[in-house]
Each structure stands twice: as C-alpha cells, then as structure tokens.
Design a protein around this ligand. Structure first.
Ligand SMILES: Cc1cc2nc3c(=O)[nH]c(=O)nc-3n(C[C@H](O)[C@H](O)[C@H](O)COP(=O)(O)OP(=O)(O)OC[C@H]3O[C@@H](n4cnc5c(N)ncnc54)[C@H](O)[C@@H]3O)c2cc1C
Length: 464
C-alpha cells in the first residue's frame, strides 16, 4: 500500500514510474488470499480514516466512490471479558458513554475528558505529523506537536497515563494494547496511542465493500490508469550506487529516484538492531457458522494484565488477548454460504530471549486456542477446512519485515524514541522510503501517507 500510494503520487507529479513487485499481485499484507473457496484478508482488518484513501483518488481528480466504498460499522467490537456478559461497543460516541455508565460509572467523566482533550488537539497534531515527517529536533516546535505535548505529557509512560485516567479493568484492558499498534510498549511515552481509539470513536470503523483487499486493488487500478508500469514477480535484491537497484535475477535498473517500500532496514541489509512488535495469527475455514461472533470480536481473559506484562517484556503474552475477525456477514465472497472465515490475531514480540518461533509455534497456537475455547469459540476438527498460521518468521520471509517486526526497530532506535525511521536521508538523496517501518508509521492509513511523504521528499530534493 505504501508503494502503490508512492507510485500514484509520483505519477501525479508527471514522473515516469515503474513498480517492482515480488508477488503476482499487489497489496502486500493487505492483498487477499484464496484457500478452498474462502477469501482471506491476511493482515489488516480494522479499517479507520477512510478519507486518507479517498484523498488519493481526489488528488488524481477521480471520484473515490468509483473505486472503493466504505461501509461504516455500527459496532466497533464485541468484547468478551472473562466473568462478564459479552458487550457490544457501539461506534457512536454518545451510545458508548451510555454503555460506560452501566459498566464502569467511575470512568465516564475521565473518558469524556480524554475525548474532549483529544478533540481540542488532534486537528493541529494531524497538521504536525500527517503532512511531513519529523526528522530533526526543531520539528518538535511545530505548533500542533507543542499543543499535543502540553495536553499529554510526552515524557510520561503510557500506562501511567491510562491508569491515572481509568480505574476499571475493562477500560484498562481496552487501552493498554494501543501502543503496540505502532510497535511501542505501554512503558514507553506513547500519548499518540490514544489517537487510534479516538479515531474509532469519533470517525468510525469501516469495512471496504469487497473486503480489505479492495483498497490495494483500487489503488492499483488508479495507478495503472494513470500510466504507472508494473513488473510483477520481480524481486529487488539491493541498492547499487546512488541511482540503481539490482534485481534477484542479477539485472540492474537505474532511475533518477528510487522509492523503497521494502522495510528500510531490510533493504539496507541491516541486521543488528532490535526489532519491535509483530503478530501471531491463525486463519480458519469452518464448514459451519460460529455463533457469538461480530465482525470484530475481542476476547479478554481473566489475567489479561499478566499477558500485557509478558508482551511488553518481550515474551509470548500469556494469557493472550485474542482479537477475532469474521467478515462473511459483510463480504459474501469470504466464505461459502453458511460457513465461517475466521481470523485470530495476537500481538507478540518479534524476537525475545524466550521466543523460539519454529519450535514453540504449536505451544503458542495452543495458548491462543485455549483462550478461544474459554469463550466457547471451539469446533470439531472434521469441520475445519484449513488452518493457516502466520508468525514473525513468516512476515520476515514473505514480506521482508525487519527481523519479523511490523514496525521496524524498537523505540530507542527511532527518531527521538517515538517516531519511526525517516523517509529520506542526506546520505542517499535520490532514495526515499515508504511503508510501515518509516514515518508516519504502520497501519494502512499511515503507509498511504508515507507514500506521499516519500514523493514529497524527492520532489523537494529535485527543486533544491
Ligand atoms: C496480522 C496483521 C494485522 C494488521 N492489522 C491491521 C489493521 O487492522 N489495520 C491497519 O490499518 N493495519 C493493520 N496491519 C498493519 C498493516 O497491514 C501494515 O502496516 C501495512 O499493510 C504495511 O504496508 P506496507 O506497504 O508497508 O508493506 P507491505 O504490505 O508488506 O507491502 C510491501 C510490498 O513490497 C513487496 N516486496 C517486499 N520485498 C520485496 C522485494 N525484495 N522485491 C520486490 N517486492 C518486495 C511485497 O510483496 C509487498 O507487495 C496489520 C498487519 C498484520 C500483519
């Protein structure tokens, strides 16, 4: 998605663009996979900020609705919290407050204060970090960042912030995970992690008609219409000099500029830095419906706080909070009628002293299935059409993610310990980077912006 966005923005500048893609289809982690009549979205499933994608079509003078349409979801997520009845978190803010009054009355006022604080600062923060990367200390002087820093102490660790706002285990369980969405820990200063739940509540959660894969397909269609050329099933091996890349075949290509969507550290052959977080996932095709599922479902086991402690200490979270995604209600292609396409996702460290993906994969799988069984998400083995497992080793091998991490290196190697790697360096001025390991960060909306950051950096360089 980062590369497709970059290709479109570069073409809109009038540049000739050639995309080199290793796979037979575009989209990377957002590209669909088909197994025995089930259509899987192997990575992203929570779709927020659709206007970021829509802007790309508008920038090309197109009507976004002609390419991809987004269906707003009424329920953000169904939450199974051990010992409680399942809750449906409504996407409407006022309905959410009404629900909170019932389940966590002491947290209603702080929750409202938090959202109102964010209302006051998010617009200017977006201007500060969604339009241009943070590359030097003076970039912190951007008014939006200063304003956000005054509202949320940027040096205080995120968990302390959450605990100071909320006392109910439910809200703590909900909020503790968000730093991981950008590869950070709740022990890091990560006030930006409040943005994701904020956007979910204020702007909604969506499902693209035709599945998540419809977004990269729409981008690819626009890119081709604009005249971007593609060489599929062609693998980048390394940079050569300032203007060249060598392909796996040995062929060398030269260009005025190179934009790299492969993880920045992987592409540069770096191996020594510690990687940040990743995912462990299980996909299933089941021959029957699985009652109790919503589009998004969250399973929070009783000792969830222990799971977070382990996760953020670089161990397999035990017990893990398990996120389930089932798309067939909104995507008829996802599973044959009356059957279930189920996706289970757990946030995990990519590497850690006690982690051994090939050897312990089966044990980790059992832990995840154990939590699912605790909430009655079980089935007989003869109705299981397939099981598909993805772990950090897979993301490294299949997608080139740096040592399996979806977010690049750990915070101390990032810009000021907070921001992902830059999209451009002085050392190689004709080269720029997009994608989840660079700014503004991971997740489909952010990597879409990263493609524009990369093109803008090169355009600035050209005009200098
Ligand atoms: C399990 C999981 C759940 C997620 N959930 C969400 C979510 O709910 N919401 C959300 O917004 N985000 C989510 N994400 C994150 C999101 O998927 C990523 O941030 C985003 O897809 C990354 O896009 P990218 O362009 O950086 O990289 P990729 O999608 O990895 O694309 C990189 C492209 O480069 C190609 N490539 C790699 N190496 C080479 C090479 N050597 N030569 C040629 N081509 C190469 C790949 O084939 C691919 O097409 C999730 C990710 C995972 C894995």
């Amino acid at each position: 998605m980062g590369g497709l966005s970059a290709a479109i923005h570069a073409r809109l500048k009038g540049w000739d663009v050639l995309v080199i893609e290793q796979s037979a289809q575009c989209g990377g982690k957002a590209a669909g996979i088909e197994i025995e009549g089930f259509h899987l979205d192997p990575g992203p499933s929570i779709i927020i900020l659709p206007d970021i994608y829509r802007e790309v079509f508008k920038a090309a003078g197109r009507n976004p609705d002609d390419y991809v349409r987004f269906i707003p979801l009424d329920i953000l997520s169904r939450v199974y919290f051990a010992g409680h009845d399942p809750l449906n978190l409504p996407s409407n803010y006022d309905a959410c407050l009404r629900l909170l009054k019932e389940i966590a009355p002491d947290d209603v006022a702080p929750f409202r204060q938090l959202i109102e604080k964010l209302d006051r600062s998010v617009g200017s923060l977006e201007k500060a970090v969604f339009e241009r990367p943070i590359l030097k200390a003076s970039d912190f002087a951007r008014p939006g960042l200063m304003k956000f820093g005054m509202q949320f102490n940027p040096f205080r660790n995120y968990r302390t912030l959450v605990d100071s706002w909320f006392s109910s285990p439910l809200l703590r369980a909900f909020f503790y995970g968000f730093p991981s969405y950008s590869g950070l820990s709740y022990n890091d200063p990560a006030p930006g992690a409040f943005l994701i739940p904020y956007y979910m509540l204020r702007d909604g959660v969506y499902f693209p008609e035709g599945g998540v894969r419809a977004i990269p397909r729409a981008f690819e269609r626009l890119a081709r219409e604009l005249g971007v050329e593609f060489r599929m099933e062609t693998r980048f091996k390394r940079f050569v000099g300032e203007r060249g890349i060598e392909l796996e075949s040995g062929e060398v290509l030269e260009a005025d500029h190179i934009i790299c969507n492969v993880d920045k550290l992987t592409a540069n052959g770096e191996t020594s830095l510690e990687p940040s977080l990743s995912y462990f996932t299980l996909h299933y095709g089941l021959q029957h419906e699985l009652p109790g599922l919503e589009h998004h479902t969250l399973l929070v086991p009783g000792k969830f706080a222990d799971g977070f402690e382990r996760l953020y200490a670089n161990e397999f979270p035990d017990p893990p909070i398990v996120y389930l995604n089932a798309t067939q209600a909104l995507d008829p292609e996802a599973a044959p009628s009356g059957q279930t396409n189920l996706f289970a996702v757990v946030t995990v460290p990519s590497r850690g002293p006690t982690l051994d993906w090939p050897r312990e994969r089966e044990a980790y799988r059992s832990k995840v299935r154990g939590v699912m069984a605790q909430f009655d998400f079980e089935w007989r083995s003869d109705v299981e059409v397939f099981e598909r497992v993805q772990d950090p080793d897979y993301f490294e091998a299949a997608h080139g993610n740096y040592r399996g991490s979806l977010y690049g290196p750990i915070p101390k190697q990032r810009a000021f310990g907070m921001f992902p790697l830059g999209n451009w360096d002085h050392a190689h001025p004709n080269r720029a980077y997009c994608g989840g390991s660079v700014q503004p960060g991971a997740g489909l909306p952010m990597v879409t912006l990263s493609g524009k950051f990369a093109v803008d950096a090169l355009a600035k360089q050209r005009s200098a």
